[in-house]
Design a protein around this ligand. Structure first.
Ligand code: SF4
Ligand code: SF4
Length: 312
């Protein structure tokens, strides 16, 4: 049995001040940080004890987790467990990454987002270079705002070819065909992000082989459907796992639609579903993407998008 878990505890603070994010420069009170640490410890203990399941974990904190020691420790300890296939976290890469020397590079991975205006590109690239030295898998992404385009191009040019750069469609921004083509030059899979997927009634792995877990152990199909299907700590999650159609009108966040069965993205991102690295990456040496651009089998909404997704 394989299960992918997207874990999100109460932590909602961040050291960055991105203008497109509700968690910018937010501070968590000490009691919330203590609760977040306690919840994460309980979760990692559960993962360590649940050896009859092959587990993959993606930490998706509202804010930044890697500035907190307990997320770094969780990444290291979970990476060393034989039944944990992958442990990854969404991060702004602000914190040093040397601690990953203690992690198993076969299972630890990062989903790193570059936020122009919050960090110098050179510093971000130094973090990436250190990850490469440590042999840690990572993807790098940017929010596809027009004012980010020059930085995104410079980042793409500076990153090694083997590093995949993804682009998220920006919340509230409308993309015409020319803009979409521009961003697709940087991320051949931008087409999946630029239009929300009409998912109502469509079969989805979420709730079957992927779940969302909150700090108190509440298990939901995904981060986007609030109704619980069980709890991690009373064992009720096991009986809850089964195939289901999606109950939401649209799915427009990568961490959700990557599990939407008709899209087939688990094949496109095989081996890197959680940290968002396509199978077959890097690009070929002639500059062409190793994979074709997205052929979208699902209906999508319009030519442009107003996306309510997190900027991560
Ligand atoms: S987008 Fe990410 S890095 Fe920027 S403020 Fe929000 S949580 Fe922090
Ligand atoms: S399609 Fe998206 S919203 Fe629907 S169940 Fe799957 S992950 Fe959740």
């Amino acid at each position: 049995m394989n299960l992918a878990i997207l874990y999100r505890g109460p932590l909602a603070s961040c050291n960055y001040d991105c203008p497109y994010c509700p968690f910018a420069k937010r501070r968590d009170p000490p009691e919330l940080l203590r609760a977040d640490r306690t919840a994460l410890t309980r979760f990692t203990d559960w993962v360590a004890a649940t050896t009859d399941v092959s587990l993959s974990v993606l930490f998706t904190p509202w804010g930044e987790g890697l500035t907190r020691s307990w997320y770094r420790e969780a990444m290291v300890s979970l990476s060393q467990l034989p039944h944990v296939e992958r442990v990854a976290i969404q991060t702004n890469l602000a914190a040093r990454v040397d601690w990953l020397a203690d992690a198993d590079p076969g299972s630890a991975a990062l989903w790193a987002t570059y936020h122009p205006g919050q960090v110098e590109r050179e510093q971000f690239l130094r973090r990436c270079a250190r990850l490469a030295e440590l042999g840690i898998r990572y993807s790098v992404g940017v929010v596809g705002l027009p004012e980010h385009l020059d930085e995104a191009r410079a980042l793409r040019a500076a990153l090694p070819e083997e590093v995949y750069l993804w682009v998220n469609a920006a919340e509230g921004h409308r993309y015409d065909a020319a803009e979409e083509a521009t961003w697709t030059e940087l991320d051949p899979h931008f087409g999946y992000s630029v239009r929300p997927h009409l998912s109502l009634g469509e079969p989805c792995h979420a709730g079957e082989t992927a779940v969302s877990v909150l700090g108190d152990g509440t298990v939901r199909r995904c981060h986007f459907i609030p109704s619980p299907i069980g709890n991690l700590y009373d064992g009720s999650w096991r009986a809850a796992l089964k195939p289901r159609p999606c109950g939401n009108a649209i799915c427009d966040c990568h961490i959700g639609y990557v599990h939407l069965k008709p899209l087939g993205l688990r094949d496109v991102f095989a081996g890197g579903v959680l940290e968002r690295i396509p199978a077959g990456w890097p690009r070929q040496h002639d500059g062409a993407p190793a994979l074709a651009g997205p052929a979208l089998p699902l209906r999508t909404v319009g030519q442009s998008v107003v996306s309510p997704v997190s900027p991560k």
